[in-house]
Design a protein around this ligand. Structure first.
Ligand SMILES: [Fe+2]
Length: 281
């Protein structure tokens, strides 16, 4: 049984950025001043040896986190151990400081929909998901982080709040939490949650990483688009989270319309400035 608790081994990492194909060569050549990189494991499952060697080269200079989108933790289908085997292989090769997946489902009855759907927040779901997280952790041999997702609808069946839901699953399974601050902000606007209350209800010893990203205003809702700079309101909520939790490794997520590396470095510096001014540690 695993038990994530960051009180005795708090990471001293500050901000990081996603490692993306268009920037690989520039990073190897210039070795920019970045704290760490996040790797999307799903992009690497069929990667050629040359790409993996480039990653290993970068890994020799920077810490990595591994982040996945395809485990479908909340599904009623059996876990896909062929997929998990590939993730474990990558993890053994790249030795990340954290491995994370989303608290969602992505398909059922053998159909994978490549999306991150929210779950009904019930006692039954807590037990179901916690058991699956435990199985994954047993298979990997270490704890993982589970991430709160953005949503555009909720369930009348839900019996508890979102922070209670993710906290219960983390406690039952022994996992940590990857708290996506932008997703909390989006859900506060789309679903009417109280964003600061959410942050104050997640225990700080369970948080292993935070995410920041930019969204897009659509008619009547905000889309979690990851294609622009972090919004001012999300920075405000991030500052509140830093005040509540202290320093936590924080990723700038940017997955669409990927900009010049310098823009990502600038956003990471914006996060570091806030960490330095708010956190003692
Ligand atoms: Fe995220």
């Amino acid at each position: 049984m695993f038990k994530f608790d960051n009180t005795s081994r708090r990471s001293n990492l500050k901000s990081g950025i996603g490692l993306r194909d268009p920037h690989l060569e520039q990073i190897i050549e210039e070795k920019p001043n970045i704290g760490w990189f996040e790797i999307i494991t799903d992009n690497l499952i069929n990667a050629d040896e040359k790409t993996l060697q480039m990653l290993e080269k970068i890994r020799s200079d920077y810490p990595f986190s591994l982040h996945s989108v395809g485990t479908s933790i909340g599904s009623v289908d059996d876990l896909n151990f062929d997929y998990l085997k590939e993730l474990r292989k990558l993890s053994e090769r790249l030795e990340p400081f954290s491995v994370s997946e989303h608290l969602c489902w992505s398909g059922a009855h053998g159909v994978h929909l490549h999306d991150l759907f929210p779950l009904p927040m019930t006692e039954e779901t807590v037990l179901h998901v916690a058991e699956r997280v435990e199985q994954i952790q047993e298979f990997f041999g270490h704890e993982i982080l589970i991430e709160n997702v953005s949503a555009y609808t909720d369930f009348v069946e839900s019996e508890m709040s979102e922070p209670e839901f993710i906290t219960q699953i983390a406690r039952k399974s022994g996992s940590g939490i990857l708290l996506d601050i932008n997703n909390i902000f989006i859900n506060s606007k789309n679903l009417g949650l109280d964003a600061k209350k959410y942050v104050s209800e997640v225990p700080k010893n369970l948080i292993g990483e935070m995410h920041l990203a930019g969204g897009e205003q659509r008619e009547g809702y905000i889309l979690d688009s990851h294609n622009c700079r972090v919004w001012d309101e999300v920075w405000d909520l991030y500052e509140y989270a830093l005040g509540s939790y202290g320093q936590i490794p924080t990723l700038i997520e940017w997955d669409n319309d990927i900009p010049e590396l310098s823009v990502l470095i600038d956003e990471a510096a914006n996060a570091n400035r806030r960490i330095d001014s708010i956190c003692v540690i």
